[in-house]
Design a protein around this ligand. Structure first.
Ligand code: C2E
Ligand code: CA
Ligand code: CA
Length: 504
């Protein structure tokens, strides 16, 4: 049974999955990009900070070298050698000798003192975190702001280097953000030392993004501000590849899902549904007295009548039901209906027999006999009306147990017929051991009875055996009057077949 899922539905499933995956991909991409950007911002802050630290390191180193030479004084000859020193150091603009409380005593370039707009007091100079003899301060000059680095030489003197800070030093922002961001280098007391030459001053209240990195060595920090708009458009390269990849996988997933949904359900599910809908029905084939033509009983043959009216023969579902453990409920469903339908026939003829096919696996179930008795009790059907047909086509696993069960049924008054005799696995001893009361001769022998002498011989032998075992004989598959006459001549008195009636 195939449930048709139209192409449209499959396409909708695939598109739905693709869209869902795209949405998930969107969130994943945003998260990834966000994470990547934050990491980049931290890196940029670190780079800016490292550059200023290096400038301070450089100033401190210059002072150390100078102080290390011993005599430090305002002597003109001394100052001349300082000037040479300054000259050799690109970014050091001036070196000054200070009193211990930070006042300028002399300068390598006396004229530069005139450019000062003021001079920080010692208290305003912030000590380095790693070296208390080293201080960092802001030097405000008419030409701009410079960085001062102070180093104590002894109890009376300190040296200070004036370092020119080129704002391009802090032009660390990537090109995409440069116009919409600024980098501010400042002392930890909030005094700015340098500001990148950004076009815009970013308004934090407008939802801008800010990152602050503080040095572990010096009292300095870097602050980076980026406008929200520029930040959200920055570095989005991975977005479309991620979303498209997610969409592609969604489409793939959707296609697989649609295929899975479209696939017909397993046989067990279908059989269960048919059992639920009571779609298994009994067809009945009369068993007749071959001499008089009188109906003496009938065989119950299963059919699966589907909702759309299709009639499925037992060859297409009995074995499936056996393999999926559904043969018992199926059998009870059919038997219940058959016995209900045949109630009038049983009432009219107290010897009327209803033959029902029981698969060996079902027969071997420990509670089979009890269940059958229970069913007959519920339906108020006398056991003498019931014949259990056991096929010889399949090997019976445990013959002793099977014979024991046959004996139980006999005791209770239910007869057992051995079906398909002559073509199965068993020999004559098997027929003897089982204790069945009826022998059903397979259609194979009936087919050839008019052409083949050996068929007559086999049937004759089976009839003799049945008499010895006090069994009755039923011939199956009688299609012509000649076959019926030949069977009668062999001593077979009952039979079924299309000649009398097909299953109806
Ligand atoms: P079976 O028990 O040997 O049943 C006789 C089969 O021969 C039936 O086929 C019947 O329709 C067919 N038949 C009867 N007279 C003639 C005839 O004159 N000519 C021809 N060509 N065929 C005839 P069906 O109904 O298709 O059943 C096939 C088999 O399926 C049965 O063979 C039986 O083994 C199994 N089966 C049927 N119903 C059930 C059931 O309720 N439970 C179990 N376990 N097996 C069943
Ligand atoms: Ca049968
Ligand atoms: Ca048969």
């Amino acid at each position: 049974m195939r449930i048709q899922v139209p192409l449209f539905k499959s396409a909708m499933i695939a598109i739905g999955a693709a869209l869902t995956f795209c949405v998930a991909g969107h969130f994943a991409a945003e998260m990834l990009i966000d994470k990547q950007r934050s990491r980049q911002m931290v890196d940029i802050g670190e780079v800016a900070l490292r550059r200023l630290e290096t400038a301070i390191d450089y100033g401190a180193l210059t002072l150390d070298e100078f102080a290390g030479r011993g005599r430090v004084s305002c002597e003109p000859s001394e100052m001349q050698s300082v000037r040479l020193h300054v000259y050799q150091r690109g970014s050091v603009k001036d070196i000054r000798l200070l009193t211990r409380d930070g006042m300028v005593r002399c300068s390598a370039y006396e004229e530069t003192l005139e450019f000062d707009k003021g001079w920080a007091s010692r208290d305003e100079m912030l000590p380095a975190r790693t070296d208390q003899a080293l201080r960092v301060f802001r030097v405000e000059q008419f030409s701009g702001v410079a960085l001062g680095v102070l180093k104590d030489v002894d109890e009376e003197k300190s040296l200070a280097a004036i370092i020119g800070i080129n704002s391009s030093l802090f032009d660390v922002m990537p090109g995409d953000l440069r116009d919409d961001s600024e980098v501010i280098m400042e002392l930890t007391d909030g005094h700015a030392i340098a500001r990148s030459s950004a076009a815009a001053q970013i308004d934090e209240s407008a939802g801008g993004v800010m990152l602050r990195a503080e040095s572990e060595r010096y009292p300095i920090r870097a602050t980076i501000r980026v406008s929200q708009k520029a930040f959200s458009q920055w570095d989005r390269e991975p977005y479309y590849p991620i979303v498209s990849l997610a969409g592609f996988f969604g489409l793939l997933f959707g296609a697989v899902l649609a295929k899975l949904i479209a696939r017909p359900p397993g046989p067990a599910v279908e059989i269960d549904r048919a059992l639920e809908a009571s779609e298994f029905v009994p067809y009945l084939q009369p068993i007749c007295n071959l001499g008089s033509g009188a109906i003496v009983g009938c065989e119950v043959l299963a059919r699966w009548v589907k909702a759309d009216g299709t009639i499925v023969p037992p060859s297409r579902f009995i074995q499936l039901a056996e393999e999926h453990g559904r043969i018992a409920p199926l059998t009870w469903q059919i038997l219940g209906k058959a016995l209900t339908d045949l109630r009038p026939a049983m009432k009219a003829d107290r010897n009327f027999k209803v033959s029902v096919n029981i698969s060996p696996r079902h027969f071997a179930e420990p509670d089979f006999v009890d269940k059958l008795r229970g069913a007959l009790a519920t339906l108020r059907v006398s056991p003498r009306h019931v014949v259990v047909e056991l096929t010889e086509r399949e090997q019976i696993e445990d013959l002793a147990a099977c014979a024991e069960r046959v004996a139980q049924l006999n005791e209770y008054g239910i007869r057992v017929a051995l079906d398909d005799v002559g073509i199965g696995h068993s020999g004559l001893s098997y027929i003897q051991t089982l204790g069945a009361r009826i022998m059903k001769i397979d259609k194979f022998f009936v087919d050839t009875i008019c052409r083949d002498a050996s068929a007559i011989a086999v049937i004759g032998m089976l009839v003799r055996l049945s008499r010895e075992l006090r069994m009755s004989v039923v011939a199956e598959g009688i299609e012509t009057p000649d076959q019926r006459s030949a069977l009668l001549r062999c001593g077979v008195s009952e039979g079924q077949g299309y000649l009398m009636s097909p299953p109806v």
